[in-house]
Design a protein around this ligand. Structure first.
Ligand code: T4K
Length: 416
């Protein structure tokens, strides 16, 4: 029996269903092992091992190897985008795309994202100018962009958060009207669409992540997708120190190459894409069914029209209605070994170096601040079972129903 399946059975058999007490109220944690957000999806082991054998046989481990090139071709074909430049991770891919696009000065970016989005700019002395989000979509709010544009602004870096596409047309119109480059951080959006068009082909370029915790993983990995031949060529050079051939360096560069081990894993996981998507969807529906009717707790919905990958199960906690704050609920879940995450708390503007550089940023980011206090990401993927999810939902429901005693117990433990 798969470890996670066994764990689910244990939880069910140990009476999780009828538990009248939570770990924060003194009971034994319902899960004996931690349940993580971001447990990697693992594809066909045999196919992966065969590829590793092939890699060893041909003694080609990195530097534009056959698997890396095959992955680039597969991704271009699949997403209908002319060029794909595979990289070692999405952070370096963002840095290289930003540099190859000649972005300078200031770039407008949401603060409600993983810190890498802003770091990729600041790392190269480009100022991230934080823009507020739309509280419904959690994506950058196009209506808040124009007043942030200054003579130093060179681009907009938008994020398709949770795999839900940004307001792409509005963003493109603003970029065009102001002569700005539009770049997308599509780290969450692999396999998703904007209506009928696949994410990957919008703006000047889009950046994908194949980190271990992502929908399709290469262990570590990323890629930049673009329809611009000259841009793709610049990025291919930049990811390999600027080498155009033996002993011939023709541009500034770094080491952004994807190694063959990662490419082999990426290719293998691509073959399981539909299976992973099905699991994510079933998990999402299990959460939807079991969290229904809990006051003050809302599950972030996906629009079928945009072919969601359902890779993130995101809930928002309205503390007044729910009776506990999001952070109190996190403590309840962590006590049960359910390591729910507060992505992307507290907002990049409250992390260093941005907190020191822009101490007043929060005044212009009211929606970011509010959403960062409400959001909680729950475990999904193939590492959790339906029974695990039902148990997690029961914990949440029970906490809501016993909010008074839970709040008192949490206060007492905090005072100790
Ligand atoms: N843009 C956006 C919008 C992003 O979300 C990200 C990355 C990037 C850009 C940059 O992409 P990359 O350069 O990474 O390709 C994690 C990931 O490290 C990060 O890739 C991801 N976003 C972010 C949302 O989540 P942490 O700091 O939360 O990771 P960590 O180590 O806490 O891992 C999450 C959980 O997953 C752990 O509790 C344990 C579990 N886990 C993790 C790994 C790596 C496993 O069970 N096995 C594993 O192998 O950032």
């Amino acid at each position: 029996m798969d470890a996670s399946v066994k764990r689910g059975h244990d939880a069910a058999e140990s009476g999780a269903k009828d538990r009248t007490i939570l770990a924060v109220l003194g009971a034994t944690p319902v899960f004996s092992e931690a349940i993580h957000v971001g447990r990697p999806n693992i594809g066909n082991r045999q196919r992966f091992l065969e590829r590793i054998e092939t890699m060893l046989d041909r003694r080609y481990l990195t530097n534009s190897g056959p698997f890396e090139r095959e992955l680039e071709q597969r991704l271009s074909g699949m997403l209908g985008v002319r060029y794909c430049v595979a990289m070692c991770n999405a952070t370096v891919a963002l840095e290289i795309a930003i540099r190859a696009l000649n972005l300078t000065g200031e770039v407008i970016v949401p603060s409600f994202t993983f810190v890498a989005t802003a770091h990729a700019l600041q790392w190269q002395q480009i100022t991230p100018v934080f823009c507020d989000i739309d509280p419904l979509t959690h994506n950058i709010n196009p209506r808040k962009i124009e007043h942030l544009i200054t003579p130093r602004t060179s681009g907009i870096l938008a994020v398709h958060l949770w795999g839900r596409p940004c307001a792409i047309e509005e963003l493109q119109a603003i970029a065009d009207a102001n002569g700005l480059a539009l770049l997308f951080d599509a780290a969450h959006a692999f396999g998703c669409t904007y209506g009928t068009r696949k994410i990957g082909g919008f703006g000047r370029a889009e950046v994908l992540s194949f980190h271990a915790t992502k929908f399709i993983s290469a262990g570590e990995g990323g890629a930049v997708m673009t329809n611009d031949a000259a841009l793709a060529e610049r990025m291919q050079l930049m990811k390999n120190f600027g080498f155009a051939g033996y002993d011939n360096v023709i541009s500034i560069g770094t080491n952004g190459k994807m190694n063959e081990l990662s490419a082999a894993m990426g290719l293998t996981h691509l073959e399981s894409l539909e299976e992973f998507a099905r699991t994510n969807r079933t998990n999402f529906e299990t959460y939807e069914h079991n969290l229904g009717g809990i006051r003050g707790l809302s599950l972030l919905r996906y629009d079928e029209e945009n072919s969601p990958n359902y890779h993130y199960v995101v809930v928002e906690v309205d503390a007044r209605e729910f009776g506990l704050t999001r952070d109190q609920l996190v403590r309840v879940l962590h006590a049960e070994n359910v390591l729910a995450r507060r992505y992307f708390y507290p907002g990049v503007h409250r992390m260093e170096p941005y907190r020191s550089l822009f101490p007043d940023a929060r005044h212009a980011l009211p929606e970011t601040e509010a959403v960062a206090e409400r959001v909680l990401v729950l475990p999904t993927g193939r590492g959790v079972t339906t029974v695990d999810i039902e148990t997690i939902c029961r914990i949440i429901r029970y906490a809501a129903e016993n909010r008074g005693s839970v709040a008192r117990a949490l206060k007492e433990t905090q005072q100790k």
